[in-house]
Structures are given as C-alpha cells and as structure tokens.
Design a protein around this ligand. Structure first.
Ligand code: C2E
Ligand code: MG
Ligand code: MG
Ligand code: MG
Length: 284
C-alpha cells in the first residue's frame, strides 16, 4: 500500500513538473511577444544629491505588465530573457527608449541604464546599440550612465574591460551596481576606472543597526573620494539612514525616502515640480 502511494505521489510530482514547465513555456512566449510588441515599460527612479533636493540621475527600471499575472518583477524576467537569448533585444529596447525619454528632461538630469553581463558577450553589438541610441535620441553622451555588476569583470574580464573602455571613450559614465555583494569588489576598482559606485542596499538596511555596516560604508565613501569616484547609497528608506549616509560622506542617495520608480509621464511632472520649487518633496 505504501508502495502504491509512493507511486501515486511520484506521478503527482511528475504532473507538477509538467505544469511548471508549461507555465514557463508560456512565460517565455509572452516575454518574446512583449519585447516585439512594445508591451514592456520603463519606470524611472530619481537619485538625489546629498543635499536631498537635487535630482542628479534617474535610473531606468524595466517593468512588465503581464495581461494575466499583473506586474512581473525584472528580478524574475531579466534572468529568463538571459536564458532564452532575448537579452540582446531587450537591452537594445531599454537603451533606445531610455535615451529618447531622457532627452526630454532638463539638461542637468542624467539617465542610468542597467546592463546585463550577457550583453558583453557581443561587444560590437553593444557598442553599436549604445552609439545608435545616443545618435537617434540626440542625448549628450555625458548624460548617460551605464550600470554594470561585478560579474561583468568576473567572466572573460580582459575582453570586458576592453569593451568598458570603449564605452567610456564615447563620453558616458560607468557605474558599479550592488557594490559589496560580489567576491572581490575592491580588486575591480583598480581593473577599471569606474565613475560611480552604488553601495548595495543590504549595507544601507543595517545602518544604525550594525556598527560594522557604518564602518564599511564610511570606508567605501572615503575610498571613493580619494579615487575620484562618486558614491551612491541604494535603498534609502528612512531619514535616519540618510543622515548617517550624509555623515559618512556619501555623494548621492536613492530610495523610497525620496521617490519610488515611476512612469515617464509622472517623472516629467515630478522634475517639473522640482524645477519650480528648487527642491523635491520628501516622500516620507
Ligand atoms: P538594481 O539595478 O540594483 O535596481 C535597484 C532596485 O532597488 C530596483 O528594483 C528598485 O525598485 C529597488 N529600490 C529602489 N529604492 C528602494 C528602497 O528604498 N527600498 C527597497 N527595498 N528597494 C528599492 P527593481 O526595479 O525590482 O529591479 C531589480 C533589479 O532588476 C535591478 O536592480 C536590476 O539588477 C534589474 N533590472 C531592472 N531593469 C533592468 C534593465 O533594464 N536591464 C537589466 N539588465 N536589468 C534590469
Ligand atoms: Mg541598477
Ligand atoms: Mg543596485
Ligand atoms: Mg540590485
């Protein structure tokens, strides 16, 4: 009897696998469709200078409003796009759209676009995509920041460093995202001249809780200062965190305390209000 039950359970499991495989196939199909039909969207999240009032950059964050499942997180569908060979097309779409929308913002506001490590597998295509996005939009290269993670320097690093140098030579800025979450973050800083370090939100979350995290953030900001690299704190949610970051000497901050990611139209209004009042309203 136990054996029969075991068998039944096994078959149930098989059926389950089948169902999730099928769900995945559907999702793959939907994602291909979404990229082809312009059904994805970009939300932008402002970063502010350490005065708390000046918007320096807005980060482009991909959004997918799925007709049945609602909003799907990029943390779910970007890896899927990487797996099914769709990241090139997706990355191209984001760069084109983000540069075009940013060209409408005030001159002092830059746009930051995230790159997948997989986009570095074809450096020529990446260079071409970036150049074309800038040319078509008319956005000054100095107003574009590209965010990469440490993994870009982990795999095939010689070729990738060369690609990064060529990108930087276009006149844009390169930021290291999620700093501190990789294996040898510090060694990367001398392999490539980054313009900006984004301190991962896992450190910011512990600010005021863990003395270690405060010390680490302090060390990173003073390192940044002596290397001439801008430092940003990600995921700033409370005024207390912001005060500590200011004391630590961070240059910029990003987080719900200042603004949530928002659609392009809302951002335009947000930037307009900001220009009118000279400072942005605090979200919390
Ligand atoms: P990321 O580049 O580190 O982006 C920051 C993430 O932190 C975003 O999540 C943002 O919504 C979230 N965030 C901002 N402020 C706060 C805060 O105060 N508290 C908390 N808890 N979270 C905050 P999101 O939009 O879900 O994006 C997740 C990741 O997906 C991004 O992390 C990035 O790695 C990836 N991603 C998003 N858009 C793109 C894209 O166009 N291309 C590629 N390759 N990856 C993308
Ligand atoms: Mg980012
Ligand atoms: Mg990040
Ligand atoms: Mg992240």
């Amino acid at each position: 009897r136990a054996k029969a039950e075991g068998r039944r359970r096994f078959r149930f499991f098989e059926y389950d696998m089948d169902a999730s495989l099928q769900a995945r196939r559907h999702l793959e199909h939907d994602l291909r469709q979404a990229v082809c039909t312009d059904a994805l969207a970009i939300h932008y999240q402002p970063l502010v200078g350490i005065d708390g009032g000046t918007v320096t950059v807005c980060e482009a964050l991909l959004r997918w409003p799925h007709p049945q499942r609602g909003w799907i997180s990029p943390a779910e569908f970007v890896p899927l796009a990487e797996e099914i060979g769709l990241i090139g097309a997706l990355g191209e779409w984001v760069l084109e759209r983000a540069c075009r929308e940013a060209a409408l913002w005030p001159d002092g506001v830059k746009v930051a676009v995230n790159l997948s490590p997989m986009q570095f597998r074809d450096p020529e295509a990446l260079l071409r995509t970036v150049t074309e996005a800038l040319d078509r939009s008319g956005l000054a290269p100095g107003r574009l920041e590209l965010e990469i993670t440490e993994s870009v320097l982990l795999a095939d690093s010689e070729a990738n460093v060369a690609a990064l140098r060529r990108l930087k030579a276009l006149g844009l800025r390169i930021a290291m995202d999620d700093f501190g979450t990789g294996y040898s973050s510090l060694s990367y800083l001398h392999r490539f001249p980054f313009d900006k370090i984004k301190i991962d939100q896992s450190f910011v979350r512990e600010l005021g809780v863990s003395r270690h995290c405060s010390a680490i953030i302090q060390a990173v900001t003073s390192l940044g200062r002596s290397l001439g690299i801008t430092t940003v704190a990600e995921g700033v949610e409370t005024a207390e965190q912001f005060d500590l970051l200011r004391q630590a000497g961070c240059d910029e901050a990003q987080g719900y305390l200042f603004a949530q990611p928002m659609p392009a139209g809302e951002l335009q209004a947000f930037l307009g209000r900001k220009a009118g009042s000279g400072s942005i309203p605090r979200a919390a």
